[in-house]
Design a protein around this ligand. Structure first.
Ligand code: S3P
Length: 186
């Protein structure tokens, strides 16, 4: 049984780290609901991520992200949450995730991430520049945030999503207390 105050599993990391695809696989294997935060933001705002950025700016997007994250973390059932790459920018989001989720950092080099995101379509922060250069800058800025938040760090450069999902599931199972135990692992 996962500690009740941290029922959720959250995947964090930069764009192209594989958070969405790995999250879906982990959720399926653990029979948990998968929540993709960017999809929730789109449903909550009725707009695509690109339109939210264009109409409301990055601050408007971060407001929507914070609100959708709060709703996801309030769910009583344990979910697997795939976050967006900038979710840890706001201290309130860092606190909310630390309180309600175990956090796994899916790490990828900017070069790997760039190969995965292609021309960056659908990711406003990658538009109008060289994706690999933007990814390098964001990686340098955000790695300390991911590191501080993470209960587990997984390098994903050489692994398939299936392999990464296997590692996440194995780690999660190791952190489950034996049946009938009320032990609360850290
Ligand atoms: C962002 C990452 C995106 C999305 C938005 C902003 C970021 O999600 O939330 O475009 O700040 O890194 P992915 O990490 O799923 O691409």
């Amino acid at each position: 049984m996962i500690r009740q105050d941290r029922p959720h599993l959250a995947l964090v990391g930069g764009m192209g780290a594989g958070k969405t695809v790995v999250g879906a696989l982990v959720a399926e294997r653990c029979r948990r609901r998968h929540v993709d935060l960017d999809r929730w933001i789109q449903a909550d705002t009725g707009r695509s991520i690109g339109v939210v950025f264009a109409e409301s700016g990055e601050d408007g997007f971060r407001d929507a992200e914070q609100s959708s994250l709060g709703r996801a973390l309030d769910l009583a059932e344990p979910v697997v949450l795939s976050t967006g790459g900038g979710v840890l920018r706001r201290p309130a989001n860092r606190e909310a995730l630390a309180a309600r989720a175990r956090v796994v950092w899916l790490r990828a080099t900017p070069e790997t991430a760039a190969a995965r995101v292609g021309d960056g379509t659908g990711r406003p922060l990658l538009e109008g520049g060289s994706p690999v250069e933007v990814l390098r800058r964001l990686n340098a800025e955000r790695s300390p945030l991911y590191e501080a938040a993470a209960d587990l760090v997984l390098d994903t450069d050489d692994d398939t999503p299936d392999q990464v999902a296997d590692e996440v599931v194995a780690w999660l199972k190791r952190h489950e207390a034996p049946a009938g135990s009320s032990a609360a692992p850290s």
